[in-house]
Design a binder for this molecule. Structure first.
Ligand code: GMT
Length: 374
């Protein structure tokens, strides 16, 4: 089988899922072709079964906005003609799904099947914008199959776009042999003293992640239980929240680690993971923390309740309720037995429900079904 995978290369959940999916498929013997404007950040190493195609965009002076959508469609059509792709699987609908559709139109009868995976803000935020709505809806309707990463996004897609065709829910997944507790080199003393707790937040620091709330929750927790906050990832709100931390006198307690490749070696040091987002289709970062045995405190929003079981693997509180999230964090961190149980539950759920092997089979079966449809 030959599969073309389209994704964003920058740090973000959809790029991670697309990259890990492609790597797992290529390890199974599928010929995988990645398409993006730069090498996706999780695509490290070499495998003779995967090929990266960099999409170049003409920067002709007439263009105020270089048309990436068209360059991607052209590249997909040309490579597909050359290597005979069976499937084009796009991650994040905008603009990838419409580029896939255009490539199919160019190729005619020999075109590969188009599968679109919706990751969240393509449905809840960006796709709602009047300048994208109709084309997002159309590109979903003309995809040969649609998948989403949570039941919440299935419902939102149906409600907001009136999509009536089947939308298959295939949750995000995690490599449980890489993301695990007690990894080699997981030395907490690098960041915290023996009586200090370690709290981690990891995201792309966009407004939807409510990262100022991370600092405010941490401030309350730290007053009761001396702690360190490790911030992983980078994005537009990072400078503001670092200033906030400094204003609150937390400069020495908040450690900004920025973009990291080996996030598992930070997560395995954590006692708690915070994710107080305003919207979250799934919360892949929380799953990666859970696989490392880390309980999660976050907001009851989107697909997070499908991942975090309240009272079992952490606690979810209403968006913006900093007081409640701080109280829950203190509750978990100050009760050794509760923390131990939640940590074990978090790892068990990641292993049983969301391990790569299990979920990749679901994608592979979908590919087979779509191809069998003729
Ligand atoms: O907007 C983002 O946070 C990035 C976005 C992406 O496309 O990379 O993340 C979304 O996809 C992830 C992978 O499926 C999900 O785990 C995240 O919950 C989702 N983010 C939001 O819905 C805000």
């Amino acid at each position: 089988m030959k599969v073309g995978i389209v994704c964003y290369p920058v740090k973000g959940g959809s790029g991670v899922v697309a990259s890990e999916l492609g790597l797992a498929l290529s390890a199974m013997g599928v010929e995988v072709h990645f398409f993006s404007y730069a090498l996706p950040f999780r695509l490290t190493g070499f495998d003779s079964n995967f090929i990266f195609h960099e999409v170049e965009v003409s920067n002709y002076p007439l263009f105020k906005y270089p048309p990436y959508t068209l360059s991607l469609a052209t590249r997909l059509a040309e490579e597909s003609k050359r290597v005979g792709l069976d499937i084009i699987h796009v991650h994040y609908a905008i603009p990838h799904a419409i580029s896939g559709y255009l490539a199919k139109q160019i190729l005619g009868a020999d075109a590969p099947k188009l599968i679109t995976t919706l990751h969240g803000t393509d449905i809840t935020l960006v796709g709602q914008h009047p300048s994208f709505y109709s084309v997002t809806k159309f590109s979903m309707e003309v995809s040969d199959a649609l998948t989403t990463v949570s039941k919440y996004i299935v419902d939102r897609t149906k409600e907001s776009f009136g999509i009536t065709k089947e939308i298959k829910m295939i949750p995000n997944f995690v490599d449980i042999s890489r993301f695990k507790p007690d990894q080699k080199g997981c030395d907490r003393s690098e960041f915290a003293g023996p009586n200090e707790k370690i709290i981690v937040h990891m995201s792309n620091y966009r407004p939807v992640k409510n990262t100022a709330d991370v600092i405010k929750i941490f401030d309350t927790v730290n007053r009761r239980l001396p702690s360190k906050l490790l911030l992983v990832g980078d994005g537009p709100d990072a400078p503001n929240i670092l200033s906030l931390a400094a204003d609150l006198g937390l400069k020495d307690r908040v450690i900004f680690l920025g973009g990291q490749d080996m996030v598992e070696s930070v997560l395995c040091k954590a006692d708690l993971f915070l994710l107080p987002s305003g919207s979250e289709a799934f919360g892949l970062a929380a799953l990666e923390a859970m696989a490392c045995g880390v309980p999660v405190v976050g907001s009851i929003v989107g697909g997070l309740p499908e991942l975090v079981s309240d009272g079992q693997t952490g606690y979810l509180e209403p968006v913006g309720d900093i007081g409640a999230m701080a109280r829950r964090s203190i509750e978990i961190l100050s009760d050794t037995e509760m923390h131990r149980k939640m940590s074990l539950n978090a790892r068990r759920i990641a292993v049983e429900k969301f391990n790569t092997e299990k979920i990749i089979k679901e994608y592979y079966s979908l590919y087979q079904e779509v191809l069998a449809d003729g």
